[in-house]
Design a protein around this ligand. Sequence first.
Ligand code: ZN
Length: 110
Amino acid sequence: MNEHTPTPWRAVIYGNSEWEVWGGDLLVADVTTPEDPLQPEVAEANAAFIVRAVNSHTALLAALKSVEWAGLAKSCPSCGGYEHAGPRGAGAGHAPDCELAAALRAAEGE
Ligand SMILES: [Zn+2]
């Protein structure tokens, strides 16, 4: 898999109703909405959400991993599963419906 454009990304207004998301000097995305009715505030909110999500991804993933196997018992604070209940790695020892494990899988693209 290729590496994504380095963060931080930023949202920049383009014209009267479109927004762009930039990473450094590279245009990453055009953010628009349907023109009928024109909703520039939705394009702005979507661009801002993309930027917040991308720019916080690394810190949020690190924070999740830091609490995944908490305490001396090395248990998941979400489902109560134990780290050593399964093979190491994301999902090891978690209950099938564990929200923390699901968030980790989603954040890591699994
Ligand atoms: Zn869990």
